[in-house]
Ligand binder design. Structure first.
Ligand SMILES: Cc1cc2nc3c(=O)[nH]c(=O)nc-3n(C[C@H](O)[C@H](O)[C@H](O)COP(=O)(O)OP(=O)(O)OC[C@H]3O[C@@H](n4cnc5c(N)ncnc54)[C@H](O)[C@@H]3O)c2cc1C
Length: 436
């Protein structure tokens, strides 16, 4: 590892990964430090949905507009990580049917296309929908595979000179004379120090803890959510309840034989140990089962949970469902620490946009280019040159951790096909290399 980088990114979730790619594309030297594995935090434990924004259209229009914009961008740059299944909002009561019109007009205002769908057609398309269904609209909700997206972005980042270390926990951010000068971290090979001019704090729900390591304070509201996996294919489309965001309102056909239903939202004290109770499963089965009764018959084969990093505003907001799903970039130079930026809040869907805003903020301090760099960088069509550069980065030790093993092994197995169409040219490059 080198002893100097322009910027160190802390946290290898979707925000940290896109920040790393973005900085590398701007020509900065960048190191990503992730204390566990890429996507081991919230990003690898989401509901798997690339939101159209319709869910937030009536209550959180800013988040809704961000979602539809990013939904389009990610579909364009990373089609291999997204399944365009479409999403229905379905009403099953007179109150929900009343919400239908409000939802349609809010979607229109946010620029989200929505189409009214006749209930008979809905039942033909989705035979497991309840006979109680009263009305439906179709919106561009999609399934997203977060790890594939993160790995694909990192491979391109590697080809542009980025370095990635998994299993490295940042313990201190050094600040001298009001300027970030370096980081100190622990990894399995021990304690190490680096010099740098900037740090992007992309630690999701842990970003308050990381800010403390620079002597700063960031308040995040940690809202835990539980999801249940049913081992069956129950729907073809994503099914949302036709109502404002609430517990147990989304069913995602994540993969063949795997349906994910959720979520719940409650404050958690301990980010490392989220309580997953039977009552969570019951709420989800009850609420989602109102739209797809077969879910109750199948039940859940497992439950999992993660924590939303929500923005703390005015200290007084307590209804977790009403808090914004938009994001905030905190420039800590305003508190006297130049070169330190924290990204808080947002969605998996908007991770690229959050990273772009965080990087633009730090770029202004470091004198590197500002603008939009990741919105047109395709993550599934590398050039031969990029493929060669990734191989060279691996050989130069720019990747430390299981990610390195995965990339290496994928070159030789079918996993390369599943994860990254990007790996294909690498296989050829290697075979040609072997033949001399
Ligand atoms: C239940 C639930 C369901 C969701 N479903 C969806 C969905 O379907 N669609 C959607 O768009 N959004 C969804 N979200 C929101 C979305 O998942 C998150 O907003 C997003 O993944 C956050 O990404 P992140 O990169 O900010 O944080 P994370 O993914 O949590 O990444 C932060 C990383 O920082 C690392 N880290 C922490 N401390 C340190 C340190 N000291 N040193 C080094 N590394 C450190 C952590 O290990 C972690 O990997 C959901 C959220 C929840 C809670």
């Amino acid at each position: 590892m080198r002893d100097y980088y322009d910027v160190v990114v802390v946290g290898g979730g979707i925000v940290g990964v896109f920040a790393t790619l973005d900085l590398a594309l701007r020509g900065a030297s960048v190191l990503l430090l992730e204390r566990r594995r890429i996507c081991s935090g919230t990003s690898g434990r989401s509901h798997g949905m690339l939101h159209s924004g319709a869910r937030y259209a009536t209550t959180d229009p800013k988040a809704a507009e961000e979602c539809i914009k990013e939904n389009r961008i990610l579909t364009e740059i990373a089609p291999h990580c997204i399944r365009d299944v479409g999403g229905f909002f379905v009403s099953v009561s007179p109150e929900e049917e009343e919400y239908h019109h409000q939802l349609v007009s809010s979607c229109k205002r946010a620029g989200i296309p929505s189409t009214d769908v006749d209930v008979d057609l809905l039942r033909t398309l989705e035979p497991n929908i309840t006979p109680k269904a009263r009305s439906a609209i179709l919106v561009p909700d999609k399934v997203v595979y977060a790890r594939d997206l993160a790995y694909s972005a990192l491979l391109v980042a590697l080809s542009k000179g980025a370095s990635v270390v998994e299993g490295a926990s940042v313990e201190r951010i050094r600040v001298e004379g009001g300027q970030v000068t370096g980081v100190e971290a622990f990894s399995s090979s021990g304690f190490f120090k680096l010099r740098c001019r900037g740090v992007v704090n992309a630690a999701g729900p842990w970003c308050g803890e990381v800010a403390k390591k620079a002597g700063l304070s960031v308040e995040v509201i940690p809202a835990a959510g539980v999801m249940g996996v049913a081992s069956a294919s129950l729907t073809r489309h994503i099914i949302n309840r036709m109502r404002p965001p609430s517990d147990g309102d989304i069913i995602v056909p994540y993969a063949a034989g795997a349906t994910i239903a959720g979520t719940t939202a409650k404050l958690t004290e301990d980010l490392e140990r989220i309580e997953v109770g039977e009552e969570d499963a019951e709420i989800i089965l009850q609420e989602c089962g109102e739209v797809v009764p077969a879910l109750r018959e199948v039940g859940f084969s497992r439950l999992y949970a993660s924590v939303r990093p929500l923005i703390a505003k005015n200290g007084g907001e307590t209804d977790l469902r009403e808090m914004t799903r938009s994001f905030e970039i905190i420039d800590h130079s305003e508190e006297g620490v130049e070169g330190f930026v924290t990204a808080v809040g947002g969605k998996l869907t908007t991770g690229r946009l959050i990273a772009e805003n965080a990087v633009n903020t730090i770029a202004r301090h470091l004198g590197i280019p500002t603008g939009s760099f990741t919105d047109k960088t395709r993550l599934n069509h590398p050039s031969k040159e990029e493929a060669k550069d990734i191989r060279a980065a691996l050989e130069a030790g720019e990747v430390v951790g299981q990610l390195r093993t995965m990339i290496d092994e994928s070159l030789e197995t079918i996993d390369g096909e599943r994860y990254w169409s990007l790996l294909l040219p690498l296989v050829f490059a290697k075979r040609i290399g072997e033949r001399g």
